[in-house]
Write a protein that binds this ligand. Structure first.
Ligand code: IMP
Ligand code: MG
Length: 187
């Protein structure tokens, strides 16, 4: 079975994602008219979403990236957040918008939010492409999100399974995983 046969049908098309990025970009522009905004992309999952989203934010903003991990190489969360690359920018007094691919358990973002809040920004918000409320373990909600997804293992538009499928220009899911978001062999 070739890897691409593991992928189900398109759940969210590229056109729908671009339309949503435009809507959220306009909303962020209005909400942050007078703020010094910095977009903080979480690598690698947020890369496509951040690229599309920032085209539609008409503010004098800056961007930076962090690398952190709460998952191992597959689909099971470890519950532990590790910062592999920190910001290069000073965020003191700035309006930080963390740009993420998906809020699942919320463990990563809840940790990151308080980690960045410790540097005294004006605010720390979250803009996630996807929200998967069924996976939630931490008490956290994205301030802005593109779409809600159900309890499946999502791939595409930056999201990976074992580092694969990030380049798909749409949102899909792993077919063998219809029963839930954790693959059986991972349990
Ligand atoms: P958390 O469980 O909310 O902490 O999510 C941590 C990270 O796990 C996300 O940023 C994603 O990179 C990854 N993740 C969670 N759910 C999925 C999924 O359905 N597909 C691919 N990656 C996921
Ligand atoms: Mg991620």
């Amino acid at each position: 079975m070739s890897r691409i046969d593991q992928i189900g049908e398109v759940l969210i098309s590229e056109e729908e994602i671009i339309k949503r990025a435009k809507e959220l970009g306009e909303k962020i522009t209005m909400d942050h008219e007078n703020d010094d905004v910095i977009l903080v992309g979480i690598l690698r999952g947020a890369v496509m979403w951040m690229t599309e989203l920032m085209k539609h934010i008409k503010l004098d903003l800056t961007i930076d990236f962090m690398v952190c991990s709460s998952y191992g190489s597959s689909t099971k969360t470890s519950g532990v957040v590790k910062i592999d690359k920190d910001l290069n920018s000073d965020i003191h007094g700035k309006s930080v918008i963390i740009v993420e691919d998906i809020v699942d358990s919320g463990v990563t973002l809840s940790y990151l939010k308080s980690y960045l809040a410790g540097r005294h920004p004006k605010s720390v918000e979250i803009c996630s492409l996807l929200d998967k409320p069924s996976g939630r373990r931490a008490d956290i909600e994205p301030d802005y999100y593109g779409f809600t997804v159900d309890d499946r293992f999502i791939v595409g538009y930056g999201l990976d399974y074992d580092q694969r499928f990030r380049q798909l220009p749409y949102i899909s899911y792993l077919k063998q995983n219809d029963a839930g978001s954790r693959l059986p062999e991972e349990e």
